[in-house]
Design a protein around this ligand. Structure first.
Ligand code: ATP
Ligand code: MG
Length: 197
């Protein structure tokens, strides 16, 4: 599974998921958009339904990719431990791999419940430009670090580009460019987005 805010989903996310799927021979990758991410200011994150639909659009063409609503349908703040519990309850025999950027991984492993997380999933940290990958402080078991083709794309940058009138073509999938345009997302930061369909 690959968790994220996906506000919006971009080709960095998709390349990372595809690469880890291939390297580890995973059956599938389930993208899990967060409900209310505890690390981010709730008021600044787009409505979950928009983020969910953009993730569906971006992943629809890959037979190994799917999207789960577990986090956006669970009330309250999203914690990774709940995501892992929900996904393993849906398929108790599945072996779970949690794919995350190196930056997010370092945060996760500083949590006090980290031990329990490792019982539920194997963690895979992927490099992203600007984040040095170090295994310092990481447990020996339960974590794999891997390098993916460098993609200096972030959702923050995509939002800023749209806000400033710059194109996001080829940074995000075509359907996501069109979705952002259709619902006028990110154009005027601070104003609420139109409701999702
Ligand atoms: P924001 O700028 O809003 O924080 P983001 O681009 O970091 O957005 P998230 O939805 O926060 O995207 O990221 C979900 C996961 O994908 C995180 O684990 C993050 O580290 C990872 N990730 C994001 N961008 C890339 C990238 N270009 N290459 C590899 N991994 C990435
Ligand atoms: Mg981020």
């Amino acid at each position: 599974m690959m968790g994220g805010t996906f506000d919006p989903i971009h080709h960095g996310h998709l390349v990372a998921a595809s690469e880890v799927q291939h390297l580890l021979g995973l059956d599938e990758v389930i993208f899990v958009p967060t409900g209310r991410p505890w690390q981010k200011d709730a008021g600044k994150v787009s409505p979950a339904e928009h983020r969910y639909l953009m993730t569906v659009i971006a992943t629809a063409s890959n037979p190994r990719f799917s999207v789960s609503r577990v986090d956006i349908d669970r009330p309250g703040t999203t914690y990774t431990i709940d995501t892992l519990r929900d996904l393993s309850a849906l398929d108790p025999d599945a072996e779970l791999f949690f794919i995350t950027g190196a930056d997010a991984l370092q945060q996760i492993l500083s949590w006090k419940d980290a031990d329990e997380l490792f019982e539920l999933a194997h963690f895979v940290g992927v490099t992203r430009p600007g984040h040095v990958l170090s295994d310092e402080g990481l447990p020996e078991k339960g974590v794999t670090l891997t390098e993916v083709p460098a993609m200096a794309i972030s959702s923050t940058d995509c939002r800023a580009r749209v806000g400033g009138g710059a194109p996001v073509w080829y940074l995000v999938p075509d359907g996501v460019v069109q979705y952002i345009d259709k619902y006028d997302l990110y154009r005027r930061p601070g104003t609420p987005a139109a409701a999702a369909p």
